[in-house]
Design a protein around this ligand. Structure first.
Ligand code: PMP
Length: 450
């Protein structure tokens, strides 16, 4: 690797960064992260901070997980790559698919289609949903329903079901036949409803209305995150996902749970669907599947969908879809090791326990800082929503939130800013003392910047 000066000199120049304006990045180059250990990362200037972002919601096991590193090294020695397209397979892909179907058995998943990440997994689920209805002889069922504020990656299908204008406008026209219903978000919703149970009913009614308007027999699937992540950690009311499952069942609509963030313990349960006790028809997973050590994802397929494909005699059942890196053996080896560690360490229980401590501490920040309009937390995913004024809920200035993030970093804590939210998704191996360090750092950041 070239030296430090080369990296600083070329920072944000030959590279375009995701989710950023190239010119803004050049003007204000990003931090260069050089090392990770446990729940900490160290930047190019040697500053070591606690990573309250967990990479990007994914490094659940932290940066020093030897079993994953060993599994990757061993698999690289044995076989760095072979294709999983028809005719060949590899040991790690078979084993990982087996482990995943065991893992998501309570959610009713029986098959795994391996991908290279979350966007791939969403694309796969949407395509399989359409194909399912062709097999069933209902080829009019092509439309998708999704939640406003939902995030489902950046392929054209995923961007089409995304419920945030920032990820859509510049890429329109997107997939036709996608319709959004209001997110069950108590802090901001078009009904001005703050009671969670009532809000869940109102959003469910809006979904019913949309289905009636479109015609149920034109809708292939509904997709939602069990806890909305990138949209600002929106935790649906307890009843919401069950209501949605009932509506989907009544109208024969497939339900896809996008568990790219919520899978593998993040919410304090092994899956977000499990958290709400709902069985979707398909699940999309990625991120923590390898704890971020290798790009990998999967679309999990429930028994109803699997049976339709496997019993197909219509000729529509062959899967004309897949990625060169579907079932990459090194990624799968990383996945097998990551899942074993995740289970051994009962990261679901740790996320639940640390998440309660985090929620309490964040409420403390809210009492102290008027800028904090709302805090939302489920397990170890949290958002601190910053507002200029609590009554009007006017969002704070972009520059101010950037200053808060910088000051928090100076206090030793890496946080992520998304819109007017501070997003937290630390590694799930977090200790109680780490929770305190994170919240103290944010407290100091808020005080210093305001
Ligand atoms: N779905 C959800 C819920 C996500 O949060 C993300 C990524 N943040 C994706 C899909 C896309 O995943 P990837 O970035 O790995 O393509």
């Amino acid at each position: 690797m070239r030296d430090k000066n080369f990296l600083i000199e070329n920072n944000a120049k030959p590279i375009w960064h995701p989710m950023a304006h190239p010119a803004e990045m050049r003007a204000q180059p990003p931090r260069i992260i050089m090392k990770g250990d446990g729940v900490h990362v160290t930047d190019i200037d040697g500053r070591r901070v606690i990573d309250a972002v967990g990479g990007l919601w994914n490094v659940n096991l932290g940066y020093s997980c030897d079993p994953i590193k060993r599994a990757i090294a061993d698999q690289l020695d044995a076989l760095p790559y072979y294709s999983g397209f028809r005719g060949t397979s590899t040991g790690p892909s078979i084993e990982l698919a087996y482990e995943l179907t065991e893992w998501f058995k309570p959610e009713g998943m029986v098959r795994a289609f391996l991908t290279s990440g979350g966007s791939d997994s969403v694309e796969t689920a949407l395509r399989l949903a359409r194909q399912y209805w062709k097999i069933k002889g209902q080829s009019d069922r092509t439309k998708f329903l999704a939640l406003k504020k939902g995030y489902h990656g950046t392929h054209f299908g995923g961007a089409s079901v995304n419920g945030n204008a920032n990820f859509r406008r510049n890429y329109e026209p997107l997939l036709p036949g996608v319709f959004h219903i209001p997110a069950p978000w108590t802090y901001r919703n078009p009904f001005n409803e703050t009671d969670p149970a009532k809000l869940a009913q109102l959003c469910a009614s809006a979904m019913e209305d949309e289905i009636a308007f479109q015609g149920a027999d034109t809708i292939a699937a509904f997709i939602m995150e069990p806890v909305l992540g990138a949209g600002g950690v929106i935790v649906p009311p307890d009843s919401f996902m069950t209501l949605v499952r009932e509506i989907c069942d009544r109208h024969g609509i497939l339900m896809i749970a996008d568990e790219v963030v919520t899978g593998f313990g993040r919410t304090g349960a092994w899956s977000g669907s499990g958290l709400w006790d709902v069985k979707p028809d398909m699940m999309t997973i990625a991120k923590a599947i390898t704890s971020g050590y290798f790009p990998l994802g999967a679309t999990m397929i429930g028994d109803k969908v699997a049976e339709a494909f496997e019993a197909d005699s219509t000729g529509f059942g062959s899967i004309g879809h897949g990625y060169t890196y579907s079932g990459h053996p090194v990624g799968c080896a990383a996945g097998i090791a990551a899942l074993a560690e995740t289970k051994r360490l009962r990261l679901d229980e740790n996320a639940a326990a640390r998440g309660k401590e985090l929620a309490t501490a964040l409420e403390g920040l809210k009492s102290k800082h008027v800028l904090v309009g709302d805090v939302r937390c489920k397990g170890l995913m949290a958002a601190i929503e910053l507002v200029a004024d609590r009554d009007s809920k006017k969002v704070i200035d972009k520059k101010l939130i950037a200053r808060i993030a910088d000051a928090t970093y100076e206090s030793g804590v890496m946080i992520r800013v998304s819109g007017n939210n501070i997003i937290l998704s630390p590694p799930l191996i977090l200790l109680a003392a780490d929770v305190a360090t994170i919240v103290q750092g944010i407290d100091a950041g808020l005080s210093a910047a305001t």
